[in-house]
Design a protein around this ligand. Structure first.
Ligand SMILES: [Ca+2]
Ligand SMILES: [Ca+2]
Length: 901
């Protein structure tokens, strides 16, 4: 927290690290109020016992004038009661032109909602547009955090120098605005330093250094104008902490952080060095497109659309202008190419800059849109020579689209080294939805005879429970066994036992109307042996289907090496390869598709596009490491799976990657993101499945009462995968409680308190959470857990809603352990979202008895005196943070999940 702002109609009531000037406050107003004791000032009086309440339900608004432009960091709105709320928060410099800061208009279940914000604004307005159960709009506290005195100006494309650095942990990670990524020195010696080149001499107000861990540290901050002679500005430590926001004076071009002491032999490092300059007027005009979501009509491998907005010179999006199997895959029927940037919110745009890779003759247009449907032309160049083109514009847009209908005069492919969108707003940086996704519920419709319509009918209730989306396992046509129907007989049809393609499309449409996501778990590795195309492949050696599989002519069954998974086909008079055999029917071999053949690679790309074009939000692949010939060079998995899915804002998951410590081989859990380019990885190092004992490290820690070992598991998988740009996904490990048929094994049944602490740990430590059916949950047709009390079930829902409510609990973002009075008995950590705008404090009691836990909060960025919001109840926490310490008494296996400033 740099500067926390709590406004009242008359005076500033704020607990801040740096005082805010009291005159920086104007009036607060509302569309209506229920009475004098429910006026808009009650949302700003620092008391969660008082609230603004509108006079009636329906559309109502609440507005604060901060008195001066503020560089915002976060917004937290807390309603007086729980409902599924539809609302938005907007900001404005003049009270007339508004841009979006927070969008929950599709509805979200809960009571307290926090999100990071950016941009410079003077007026902030909450607009409630409805509530599912008809609640009257209200606000117990509307917290807008920001600074009236300074604004961060660290250039995202700044050149960064280091004393040394580890491969993949380079210095550039300190300026990328991503709290999950970090620089690590190349060796253990000290001192080590990192220098940020601001590009020009800049007046400084503060420099912020964030260590990866909460440690004993000493460091200096210095400034220079020649990168040779440095003036020391700050010398801190030895001191414990992670977050240091240090006031500095003077104007410098180079800012250096030198680390001279660390704890426990930790190597020097930093998740972020942020540089602040005095806030003057309405603040600097920024590139709103930097690190936002970019998509394109096609792409050449290793030239993904996000490279047009990554701020790195020489890094570019290049289209797939000429389909070339070794270079790119081009969707059929596309003429011309487009690159689209989603700013995340409607923003005020003042200038567009498009820079090609080549100085050439170009034909292109740039358009803007609020909704992604209706477009307005902002810029057009037809056959104009040059490389960089810009235009002054004026308007409110969320989406900016570059369209290049043809190659350049000299035949260069459509490309963009950068597409910059300058203006004022609060863009959502570099966020694929998986990075901020809430909990998912997994369905196995074929296996459990559930129709798609019955799932559609549950969506509203699922959202009310706190789920943000669902995963559908193998809804395509094919037998329901084995593996809940993963082998298809038709890759392009819905299985008639669960519904129709129209039902499938209605499910997706309904989910999207509710603001929910739908992902699918599928398979490009093998077909059902009952597939008609497998029959054709065996009968017709000249068919294209024959090339989808691996079949070699042979003299007879004895020629097939069953041990190497080759089996005899009478129809083909040859041996075919099958990696997987039905565990319930040893004669049932699943014919493996063959990625050595271009025909199957192309078919895979077509298959993925077919389903994604239905509107899916992601696609998980069953055990892709086992796909035949997928691991050959070039990187087939990337070219024909992830590169295709990257054309969408897609959840991409390779099932079954193993941590190295669970295998005799090297393990590939941490290769899924950097090598295979998937973005969501099952963290099998923490919670496994398909096991009968010792399935969960978290359950083991609960059983032993000692959570110490969890930290290393999270560091080695969750934090590492976050740094790579991915997220981890975890499910409760029901496996040890049940038999293979899903029936409960009483002797192994874990108490509800163990399961609840497991879920609390997963949902708060920065993972995507998924609740399973099948032998991963006892009752396939119920969403509630049998034998649990209503209160226990409600606690599950509160945990689910907590992750959706605060971006500080996003799967992506910073996580570091905080010291407690006994780290061998309790586990406490701080979480932030990816931009560090919001914070959450989590304290978990691994003892099976009531315990009082002390958590030290010095130099964490958490305000030393405040009343946190309990994210489980949506109410003010009964225990305040006082003097930089949080002392809380937790019940047996209890936990506190708090939104803090
Ligand atoms: Ca209040
Ligand atoms: Ca970083």
């Amino acid at each position: 927290v740099r500067l926390a702002l709590l406004a009242t109609a008359a005076a500033l009531v704020a607990t801040t690290l740096v005082p805010v000037q009291a005159e920086a406050i104007g009036p607060v107003t509302a569309s209506s109020s229920a009475g004098a004791t429910s006026g808009p000032d009650k949302a700003f009086d620092g008391s969660f016992g008082t609230a603004w309440r509108a006079a009636a339900a329906g559309v109502q608004w609440l507005q604060v004038d901060l008195g001066a432009p503020h560089a915002l960091t976060s917004i937290r709105q807390t309603f007086a009661n729980r409902d599924t709320w539809r609302f938005r928060v907007s900001g404005s410099l003049d009270g007339a032109t508004w841009v979006r800061l927070m969008d929950r208009e599709r509805g979200i279940a809960g009571q307290s909602f926090a999100t990071s914000a950016s941009g410079v604004h003077r007026y902030v307005r909450l607009t409630v547009t409805g509530a599912a159960r008809g609640s009257i709009p209200s606000s117990t506290e509307f917290l807008v955090q920001g600074s009236a005195t300074e604004v961060e100006i660290t250039p995202p494309d700044a050149t960064v120098h280091t004393s040394s650095q580890l491969p993949a942990y380079e210095g550039r990670h300190v300026v990328d605005g991503d709290s999950s990524t970090y620089w690590v020195a190349g060796n253990h010696t000290l001192p080590q330093w990192v220098t940020v080149d601001l590009g020009a001499v800049t007046p400084l107000s503060s420099v912020e250094q964030n260590f990866k861990d909460y440690d004993l540290v000493r460091f200096q901050i210095a400034g220079s104008n020649d990168n040779v002679n440095f003036t020391t500005l700050v010398d801190r430590g030895p001191v414990r902490g992670q977050y240091f926001h240090e006031r500095v004076q003077g104007s410098y071009r180079y800012v250096r952080v030198t680390i001279t002491q660390t704890e426990f032999g930790h190597w020097a490092g930093s998740t972020g060095v942020k540089v602040f300059t005095p806030l003057v007027g309405n603040g600097p005009v920024r590139d709103l497109a930097y690190n936002t979501t970019a998509t394109s009509s096609s792409l050449a491998n290793n030239y993904e659309p996000r490279r047009a907005v990554d701020g790195r010179p020489g890094s570019a999006w290049i289209s797939c202008w000429i389909p070339a199997p070794d270079n790119c895959v081009r969707p059929p029927g596309i003429t011309g190419d487009w690159l689209k940037v989603d700013l995340g919110h409607v923003s005020s745009v003042t200038r567009i800059e498009q820079r090609f890779l080549d100085d050439d003759q170009w034909w292109f247009t740039v358009e803007g849109s609020v909704d992604g449907v209706t477009w307005q032309q902002l810029m057009s160049r037809q056959g104009v020579a040059g490389r960089s083109f810009s235009a002054t514009v004026s308007g409110l847009y969320r989406y900016i689209r570059l369209t290049v209908p043809r190659a350049s005069g000299r035949g260069h492919w459509p490309a963009s080294e950068h597409l910059k969108v300058f203006g004022n707003g609060s863009p959502v940086p570099h966020m694929r939805w998986v990075e901020r996704s809430g909990p998912l519920q997994r369905f196995y419709p074929k296996h459990y005879f559930q129709t798609l319509n019955s799932i559609t009918d549950q969506l509203d209730d699922l959202r009310e429970q706190g789920y943000a989306g669902i995963e559908l396992a193998a809804p395509y046509k094919g037998p329901r066994t084995p593996w809940a129907g993963l082998g298809a007989t038709d890759n392009y049809a819905i299985d008639p036992s669960i519904g129709t393609m129209a039902d499938f499309e209605r499910l997706i449409g309904t989910a999207h109307q509710l603001g929910m996501r739908v992902v699918m778990f599928g398979n490009a590795g093998y077909s059902s042996p009952a597939a008609p195309f497998w029959d054709r492949a065996q009968r017709d050696a000249a068919s294209v289907e024959r090339r989808w599989f691996a079949i070699v002519p042979a003299s007879g069954p004895g020629a097939c090496d069953n041990g190497a998974r080759w089996y005899w086909s009478e129809l083909a008079r040859g041996c075919y390869f099958s990696f997987w055999t039905d565990p319930f029917n040893a004669a049932n071999h699943m014919p493996s598709y063959n990625f050595a053949n271009q025909e199957w690679r192309d078919e895979t790309a077509r298959y993925l596009r077919f389903w994604m074009d239905k509107g899916l939000d992601g696609f998980g692949m069953d055990a892709p490491r086992a796909y035949l010939n997928i691991n050959s060079s070039p990187n087939i998995s990337q070219r024909y799976i992830t590169a295709v899915l990257d054309n969408y804002d897609s959840w991409t998951l390779p099932e079954g990657l193993q941590p190295h410590w669970d295998t005799n081989g090297p393990g590939d859990l941490v290769n899924g993101v950097p090598e295979l380019h998937y973005n969501t990885i099952h963290d099998l190092s923490v919670n496994r499945w398909g096991c009968s004992t010792d399935c969960s490290r978290i359950v083991a820690a609960t059983r032993s009462g000692n959570p110490s070992a969890l930290e290393d598991y999270f560091k080695n998988s969750r934090d590492t995968i976050n740094h790579q740009g991915g997220v981890t996904i975890l499910a409760p490990s029901w496996d040890s409680d049940v038999h293979g048929d899903g029936s409960i094994e009483p002797s192994r049944l874990e108490p509800a308190s163990v399961r609840l602490l497991e879920m609390a740990t997963v949902l708060t430590s920065g993972n995507q959470f998924i609740m399973h059916y099948g032998n991963h949950l006892y009752l396939p047709h119920e969403r509630t857990i049998p034998s649990w009390t209503a209160a226990q079930q409600e606690l599950v829902n509160q945990l689910l809603r907590a992750q959706g409510g605060s971006s500080a609990l996003d799967p992506r973002g910073l996580r570091y352990r905080l010291p407690t009075n006994d780290n061998g008995r309790y586990y406490a950590f701080l979480r932030t979202d990816k931009t560090s705008g919001t914070r959450a404090l989590v304290v978990l009691n691994f003892q099976n008895s009531q315990q009082t836990v002390d958590v030290a909060l010095g130099n964490t960025g958490i305000a030393p005196d405040q009343t946190p919001i309990d994210l489980l109840t949506g109410q003010a926490s009964g225990t305040a943070i006082a003097g930089g310490n949080y002392r809380v008494t937790l019940p047996a296996r209890g936990f506190a999940v708090l939104s803090v400033r």
